[in-house]
Design a protein. Sequence first.
Lengths: 284, 267
Amino acid sequence: MPDVAIAPRAPFVALSALWLVLTGTLCNLRCTHCLNASGPAEPWLAPLDAAVARRALAEAEALGVREVYFTGGEPFLHREILPLVEASLSMAATTVLTNGTVMTDALADALARLAHGSRYSLEIRLSLDAADAEANDRVRGRGTWERATRTLRLLDARGLLPIVTATEIAEGAATYDRFRALLSALGIAKPRVKILPVFPVGRAVGAPGVRLTDADLEGFDRSTLPCAETRVVGADGVYACPILAGLPGARLSDGALAAALGPAALYHAACVTCHRTGATCRNA
Amino acid sequence: MPERVSEHRRIAVLGGVYANAEALAAVLADARRRDAEAVFCLGDLGGFGAHPDRVFPLLRQHGVRVVRGNYDEAVAAAAADCHCGYTDPRDNHYARISYVYTVAHTSAANRAWLATLPGHQRIALGPHRVLMCHGSPRRINEFLWESTTPDGLLRRLLAEHAADVLLCTHTGLKWSRALSGGAAHAVNVGAVGRPENEGTPDVWYALLTATPELEVEFVSVAYDHEAAARAVEAEGLPPEFAETLRSGWWTTCLENLPARERARGRF
């Protein structure tokens, strides 16, 4: 592991985004490049107890949080997902990141009821890996394309306006246009697409990569990094980055959010990607 | 030195002007008719519209007190981009066209004036301590949308900045919220340079009155939007900009809208 102690730091500015790693790394899929190596086997990062999630929400509200994200694994596998989304929506805009393969009509109806009953926005961010079935299913598993695109239609029909998230794996800058065209072809009138760069973490990790140094950050405003305004609650502690959650070097506290509001170490190769691309884990 | 805080009973507050001189003139005339004692503008004088330089004499002539917006900051410094805070490629495409045009059509004297604008403004409105800013008190280009701005965040921002009333713009969509049982308020005043994404070309501004309770009234103003749209076309700016002025529906720079706000528009 790289030396966390000597890594440059990002300051803590404010708690704008709270992430809850709701199912830990438990997922029904096993995508070939998953950012946190999630899968259906025994998760290496345990699911979050609902009581811990509720405590984090309350703590975040008192800290003036702006928005809440539920992630995993696949958060719709958590049996408390709906009451937790309801609790979150009572205090802030809420986003659920999903692979879109476990959605049912009843679940979509329930989400629509929660969304329409709240003053705050509910966003559903659905991950795909290519704008065609064959290429997508090579990464995410056979049949995932069909289930995910059905989910997009289910959500759109209920006015939930899903955001498709994809990584620039093969198609580079054209990825964005291809996904917009795909959504239009699916009959989605307001295509919403978020493109992320490829991060060297999880199953996508390659050879040991470069790390940031203080010299790299000379003249750069570190407070613009997402980790300056993000905290992530996982089963074993609090982190500053959703894709580094569960990695010992990234842990800021093993308990309360309030104990994790200090600077974050920019120790990982993924930190280089964030710095280089200006990527944000938030919706916009 | 302590900040000078002027005292008022009834004020008009305008959001982004976006180089729409036709709309600004109509709004200023309307505010005068409605007995606003003072007029404040929360910044972003350029963007989208055809005649950035025509906005400045109107503001001076009416004694409008202007807070610096991200666009003003960027244009003053001839920065690489508008500092709008967009992350979507389509939003950035149109923002870039608009920004390059605005910088090229804003005189050196007006750019120098933009550099002098304050980042925020404090006034007393009756008993209310009012803080005006562009995006949020903590960041000039923070988008305070109605559906993504929690009460908890607003209460915290007001407490941290010792204010009872927060006024902002940047999103282009208006909203108002009473907090703490009416003891505090947050108001996004919307924009005067671009319609509200509700299918009418009229634009909106806010009138705030201390009775002494705070009363917030949003006022819609019809103006010669056809002239503004024709000017956009004559300058060779994207037809989408003119379409928005005519139809009242946003056609560009809307990928960053949260789900709730996006659902209300046509596109």
